[in-house]
Design a protein around this ligand. Structure first.
Ligand code: NOJ
Length: 563
């Protein structure tokens, strides 16, 4: 397997709005990030990925960009950015930008121009279509509820927006548009940024004629007509040729709905496209056929099946990105662990389970101190997805308020967007003004200051995991093998590289669990590399009694006794 820096790296994602406010306006900013770089360096991360910091009207918190070469006023200036980049580099870390080019903001100059007339030079930068017998051009729905089309009176046509109506889709069929995007990417790379996370990049090519989803539904998810669409690989190859291949950068494409074969094509060994992608199958493990809000109970065997499918499917062919949460997902410890009694144990267990797999691990801000989900009043939520869903289900659809609020508590994106909890002072040390979104009331117990003062904290556990990654190649490159496939409590797997063997055992339950040592591992001499309990009982030859959420990693270097 080819060895490259981005496979060996650990990435830390910052959601700038909620990270650190330096100027007391209640909103995180670039200077705030600068204040915390030593904290991140000390954690051991190699790469910082910033969610969008470009000029934006903030309909979707920066994922609606109105100027790709300007910094959002609330976040600071281009001078602040240049300094931030310099400070990151001087600490030996790298910076990856979020690149949102499936759509722009409706306040981007391209879109403003394109609205002016049907023959405007920028008209074709977007998808404009006439009505279909007085209705939307097709029946696709927006990810954020309702039709994916918005009518515009001035030219009596509709434009396509797969996300909010303030996020019109860019038309990648247009050569001029693609050129402008490549020029903009080059501009950032020339500044010295170290790569891009490409937002919903597998949506950029739509099927010709934009057909309706058959079946006659008024609105239907049209994903089959724009996810992994007909020309997407052609565009990405072009992007690579014209831009990316000229720099030693890291790229990760966000690709909802991508399957193994797609992932291999996006992130192939020859590097003709992206380095890796974010897949979503494991994030849907607790969703039913109705999608994200159709919540079903988490089942460990399903989770293992999905993770294993991706671990094995990409082995030697592409590369996994490893994540359990981000700014769009609930907090991992609340979702897959226990955010009450066993918060610390389960947060550490999840970290072990993920960081020992093959791929590049991503830590989302606050995960390293075990931040949890939140329950707010409806009006205190900021996320447009939450409000649109509530309107559709409760106000228009007549569903029960409490029931829908429960969905929001479990899956709402604002769970991940509450301010970073730095200390026990007012507003968790995030700001000295009113924060743009409420701080989680548990900040007095869960915060960075407390974590740094406690040698057994989740923070130091992550630090240790990262150090292990730097020490043992098998953690990065080793082959993965699932054991105990049908166990509903324990997720255990092995990794193997050139005679070095890891045995990873994690208990995903609140109860004790008995791990039966597979026969071929029983006589193997093992060294315990890490565990999330203070006192660890020596393993028996044939079994280990695991405590709630216990995690252990063993290393055996004896090549005659291969695991
Ligand atoms: C994915 C981003 O992660 C999410 O936050 C955003 O709402 C959509 N793409 C649209 O840009």
């Amino acid at each position: 397997m080819e060895k490259v820096w981005w496979k060996e790296a650990v990435v830390y994602q910052i959601y700038p709005r909620s990270f650190m406010d330096s100027n007391g306006d209640g909103i995180g900013d670039l200077k705030g990030i600068m204040l915390k770089l030593d904290y991140l360096k000390n954690l051991g991360v190699d790469v910082i990925w910033l969610s969008p910091i470009y000029q934006s009207p903030n309909d979707d918190n920066g994922y609606d960009i109105s100027d790709y070469k300007k910094i959002m006023n609330e976040f600071g200036t281009m001078e602040d950015f240049d300094l931030l980049l310099q400070e990151i580099h001087s600490r030996g870390m790298k910076l990856v930008m979020d690149l949102v080019v499936n759509h722009s903001s409706d306040e981007h100059n391209w879109f403003i121009e394109s609205c002016k007339s049907k023959d405007n030079r920028y008209r074709d930068y977007y998808y404009w279509r006439p009505s279909n017998n007085g209705r939307e051009p097709n029946n696709w729905t927006s990810v954020f509820s309702g039709s994916a089309w918005q009518y515009d009176e001035k030219t009596d046509e509709y434009y396509l927006h797969i996300f909010s109506k303030k996020q019109p889709d860019l038309n990648w069929e247009n050569d001029e548009l693609r050129k402008e995007i490549y020029e903009m990417m080059t501009w950032w790379l020339e500044k010295g940024v170290d790569g891009f996370r490409l937002d919903v990049i597998n949506f950029i090519s739509k099927v010709d004629d934009l057909p309706s989803v058959p079946g006659g539904k008024k609105y239907d998810w049209g994903g089959e007509f724009f996810m992994n669409g007909p020309r997407v690989h052609e565009y990405l190859r072009e992007m690579n040729e014209k831009v990316l291949a000229k720099y030693d950068v890291m790229t990760v494409g966000e690709c909802p709905g991508a399957e193994i074969e797609d992932a291999i094509r996006y992130g192939n060994k020859e590097g003709t496209a992206l380095n890796m992608i974010f897949t979503f199958e494991h994030m849907d493990v607790d969703s039913g056929t109705g999608g994200k809000w159709d919540i079903i109970p988490f089942k460990l065997t399903s989770f293992k099946k999905i993770m294993t499918k991706w671990q094995k499917g990409l082995e030697g062919k592409s590369w996994n990105s490893l994540y359990l949460n981000n700014h769009d997902q609930p907090r991992a410890v609340s979702r897959f662990g226990d955010d009450c009694k066993y918060r610390i144990e389960s947060a550490k267990m999840l970290a072990v389970c993920l960081h020992m797999m093959q791929g590049t691990p991503y830590i989302y801000q606050g995960e390293e101190i075990g931040m949890t989900n939140i329950e707010l009043e409806l009006e205190d939520y900021n996320d447009l997805e939450i409000h649109n869903m509530y309107r559709e289900k409760v106000i228009e659809g007549g569903e029960n308020h409490d029931k829908v609020m429960n969905l929001i508590y479990k899956k709402g994106r604002d769970n991940a967007r509450t301010p970073m909890q730095w200390d026990e002072s007012m507003n968790s040390g995030f700001t000295n003004d009113v924060p743009w979104i409420k701080v989680n009331p548990n900040y007095k117990e869960i915060n960075v200051k407390q974590s740094l003062a406690d040698p057994n904290s989740i923070y130091y556990f992550y630090q240790k995991l990262i150090k292990l990654r730097k020490k043992y190649e098998v953690i990065i490159y080793g082959n993965y093998k699932l054991i105990l496939e049908n166990d509903e409590q324990i997720y255990a797997y092995t990794r193997e590289l050139k005679g070095d063997n890891l045995l990873v055992i994690t208990n995903f339950s609140r109860e004790n669990a008995l791990f039966h040592m597979p026969y071929e591992l029983q006589t193997v001499k093992k060294e315990l590399l890490i565990s999330n309990y203070d006192k660890v009982e020596k393993e028996q030859e044939q079994f280990i009694l695991l405590r709630p959420y216990e995690a252990r990693v063993y290393l055996s270097e004896d090549s005659n006794n291969c695991i």
